[in-house]
Design a protein around this ligand. Structure first.
Ligand SMILES: Cc1cc2nc3c(=O)[nH]c(=O)nc-3n(C[C@H](O)[C@H](O)[C@H](O)COP(=O)(O)OP(=O)(O)OC[C@H]3O[C@@H](n4cnc5c(N)ncnc54)[C@H](O)[C@@H]3O)c2cc1C
Length: 369
């Protein structure tokens, strides 16, 4: 049986570990979860109305969202992990007509978007009582994923299948030699799904990677709304979004801090940034914002063109990173595609990304680095 190492147990690594055919491979997963993006994430799965122009990214995000019913079925994810809550997009009335046309157009190739409805200011507030009356567009296909709960579930399932977990930081001495603590082990294949840390992991092997860390902070409020689990996600017109979870938990996020490097400190500036523009959308801003708050902080990985990459770097090494702000949406599907490649040899992923050499080069210096 071939031996595989996965370095990085975020959303890609753990989905991949669960889809790999355990009759063909023995899988060892190394994870030392400092600054992990998946467990810090906001949880929005609703890519269809993005204004990003990168068509390959959109195809990946749309197919990633379409993959969720299979994911839920395959791993029996319940409502505490994923819930199709619907998404509200709050915009000025004028922009909603344009957005409605975009939604109808995109629905032709993405029926998962569900029903699309323009809501009056009062209807929006009925959907989400946290808000002041404000016009919105609602798409019923949007959902929320609890990244941390997802990883707990996927780890339990992976262990039941025989995946061996090593909760330690790993380094690569060669493409197949993994060093951890005082030990080292040799594998037939290594897959690096280490978020922004991929760059450091590949450096000793002579690879240069177009990848940077981006700090993300969000706020978690505990409110008295007992039925918050039924509320839709609200994408406000500006930086912050409101993501209701079960039992009164409401998330407000997230920041995108490109200059903060690996810093994981909570900052008053993030509170100010996230709450400042949000107040005008809230029915009772002082009431919500006066609730006890705690922060979640994580490090995203992003490339020069903000697009993810994944695939085979050489005969022994596979990689995936650069998922940026939409990795909860694209990550499970990328994990599945990599597992499908290992299980069957399929490489049906060209339509989703540029050549891997756009982001990873051997022995040369990337101009953008
Ligand atoms: C605040 C915030 C909000 C977000 N909100 C959303 C959202 O609403 N919707 C959405 O789609 N996406 C969102 N994202 C983005 C999404 O969370 C990420 O893109 C995605 O989780 C990245 O997954 P990953 O598996 O590539 O990396 P990660 O989740 O970061 O996992 C990588 C793992 O590898 C480990 N690791 C690294 N190096 C080593 C090593 N040498 N040895 C062992 N282990 C190692 C790390 O510690 C980590 O545990 C958000 C991110 C943040 C930070």
């Amino acid at each position: 049986m071939k031996k595989i190492a996965i370095i990085g147990g975020g959303i890609i690594g753990l989905t991949l570990a669960n889809y790999i055919d355990q009759k063909k491979y023995h899988v060892t997963l190394f994870d030392e979860p400092t600054g992990q993006a998946t467990s810090a994430s906001a949880g929005i799965i609703s890519p269809w109305l993005s204004k990003r122009r990168n068509k390959q990214w959109y195809r990946l995000a749309k197919d990633g969202a379409a993959f969720f019913p299979k994911l839920i079925q395959d791993f029996q994810l319940d409502d505490t992990i994923y819930h199709q809550s619907g998404t509200l997009l709050l915009r000025p009335e004028k922009q909603l007509t344009e957005l409605l046309a975009l939604a109808e157009e995109r629905k032709k190739s993405a029926p998962e978007i569900g029903t699309i409805k323009q809501l009056s200011a009062e209807q929006t507030q009925q959907e989400l009582p946290l808000l002041k009356p404000h016009p919105a567009l609602k798409v019923s296909g949007g959902g929320r994923l609890d990244g941390k709960a997802y990883l707990i579930r996927m780890r339990t399932l992976a262990e039941e299948k025989g995946v061996h977990f090593i909760p330690q930081q790993a380094q690569l001495a060669t493409t197949t030699t993994v060093v951890y603590g005082e030990k080292q082990a040799i594998f037939d294949q290594v897959i690096v799904t280490a978020g922004p840390h991929l760059k450091k992991l590949l450096a000793p092997l002579g690879y240069q990677v177009d990848l940077r860390p981006q700090k993300g902070q969000l706020l978690v409020f505990q409110t008295a709304f007992k039925n918050s689990g039924d509320f839709p996600v609200a994408m406000l017109d500006g930086e912050a979004d409101l993501i209701p979870f079960l039992a009164g938990k409401i998330l407000l996020g997230a920041t995108h801090e490109n200059e903060a490097g690996w810093n994981l400190k909570e900052t008053p500036a993030a509170f100010e940034q996230l709450t400042h523009g949000t107040r005008k959308f809230l029915a009772e801003p002082e009431k919500l914002l006066a609730q006890p708050v705690h922060y979640r902080v994580g490090t995203r990985a992003y490339t020069s063109d903000f697009a993810p990459f994944f695939g085979q770097l050489n005969d022994q090494l596979l990689v995936a990173s650069g998922l940026g702000s939409s990795g909860l949406t694209t990550g499970p599907y990328i994990g599945y595609l990599l597992a499908d490649y290992l299980n069957t040899g399929n490489t049906n992923w060209q339509e989703y990304q540029k050549e891997l050499s756009t982001y990873i080069q051997s022995g040369k210096t990337l101009a953008s680095n």
